[in-house]
Design a protein around this ligand. Structure first.
Ligand code: GLY
Length: 368
């Protein structure tokens, strides 16, 4: 019996298990496939709250707080595992190619600046000074020098190693068949590896979280939204910054790849790459960096983002079920939001703190 059972071994489950074990809490972590084998390894590893969140509010605050945790989080993981997670906070450009895009972007820049965020408004040649590979058709850009990306696959590997070193009971290839309840309290799960019991159970199974909770007759609005994404070689394309346009993003990774993406399409639980998806990615990014026309194609893949009805995560207790919580629904930002999710959920599980979880409580969908 563990203090805590975490069900779902993607970036959220691994980060939570890591954080709990750092606090001396005994944890078992269950994953039906491979560690981080779904959306977490499919992601581009973007750490870009100012780009991703379109208005001030709890999502942006959460994203900024998580970004601020990243250097320490990555450093501790690298120390613990002797690995490199290739954290790169070297700046991001959000680019406008025409007047209409410029108007929208300038409005965004205004509130970001007024809120005190580290952003710069660049026009014409100023943009080329930051990123010479960008098209000369770029009219204006928001430059956010403190955003960036991480190698999410290395991050996942480091988290698995750190969890193992800290004594987390790691059960991959373990299929959950039911949620176990005793006297109205969730006491763990039943699984292909037998009964797993714990003082508290947390569902962290990404796009599958809804299916998991349906086992108790609890309906939370989590659905898969496919992201198709690709990688090309960076040879001959020495990009300095992440580039976001209205039709795509371009992320120069430290491993010699440029990750380009991404679609947002509804395909149920299918994560295959389609020709239409690939065409949409290529047409979406090439206008921003013309050199990409000559790039060597490496690979394309798909992942299933866990989307909630209001596109905010679900964090906290499941009403009516003592001993059961969820940390999920991170949609496009699971990698970015994993350190803060782990911290807030561990604060809740260890100390009962719910203040920070308030805007994200599952009760917003379940109380009625
Ligand atoms: N965070 C980028 C994406 O979901 O495509």
């Amino acid at each position: 019996m563990s203090d805590c059972l975490v069900v779902g071994g993607g970036i959220i489950g691994l980060s939570l298990a890591y954080e709990l074990s750092r606090r001396g809490i005994s944890v078992a972590l269950v994953e039906q496939g491979e560690w981080g084998g779904q959306a977490s390894s499919a992601a581009a590893g973007m750490l870009a709250p100012l780009k991703e969140f379109t208005a001030p509010g709890p999502m942006l605050d959460m994203g900024m707080e998580s970004l601020a945790l990243y250097p320490g989080w990555a450093h501790d993981l690298e120390e613990c595992t002797s690995g490199d997670v290739q954290l790169s906070l070297e700046g991001l450009l959000t680019v406008a190619l025409n007047d209409q895009e410029q108007e929208l972007l300038e409005a965004k820049y205004q509130w970001q600046k007024e809120s005190g965020h580290s952003v710069h408004w660049l026009v014409g040649k100023e943009i080329a000074e930051v990123e010479p590979m960008l098209t000369d058709k770029a009219q204006a850009a928001i430059y956010s020098p403190d955003e960036g990306h991480i190698n999410n696959r290395l991050l996942l590997r480091a988290l698995v190693t750190a969890c193992r070193l800290q004594g987390v009971k790691l059960l991959s290839g373990c299929v959950v068949s039911g949620i176990a309840v005793k006297a109205g309290k969730v006491v763990g799960v039943d699984s292909s590896m037998g009964p797993l019991r714990a003082g508290h159970t947390v569902i962290t199974s990404g796009a599958w979280a809804g299916i998991m909770l349906e086992m108790l007759g609890v309906s939370v609005p989590v659905r898969p939204v496919r992201g198709q994404i690709a990688a090309v070689s960076s040879v001959g394309i020495p990009l300095r910054t992440v580039i976001f346009g209205t039709t795509g993003y371009i992320t120069p990774k430290k491993d010699g790849k440029i990750v380009i993406g991404a679609t947002e399409d509804e395909s149920g639980f299918q994560r295959e790459v389609t020709l239409a998806g690939l065409a949409s990615i290529l047409n979406g990014v090439m206008p921003y960096v013309p050199a990409l026309h000559a790039a060597t194609f490496l690979e394309a893949w798909g992942g299933l983002r866990p989307a909630t009805a209001d596109r905010k995560p679900l964090l906290g207790p499941i009403p009516g079920w003592a001993g059961l919580s969820i940390a999920g629904g991170h949609f496009r930002n699971g990698i970015l939001l994993s350190p803060i999710t782990a911290k807030w959920m561990a604060d809740y599980l260890e100390q009962g703190k719910t203040e920070q979880l308030t805007p994200f409580m599952p009760s917003r969908f379940l109380d009625n």
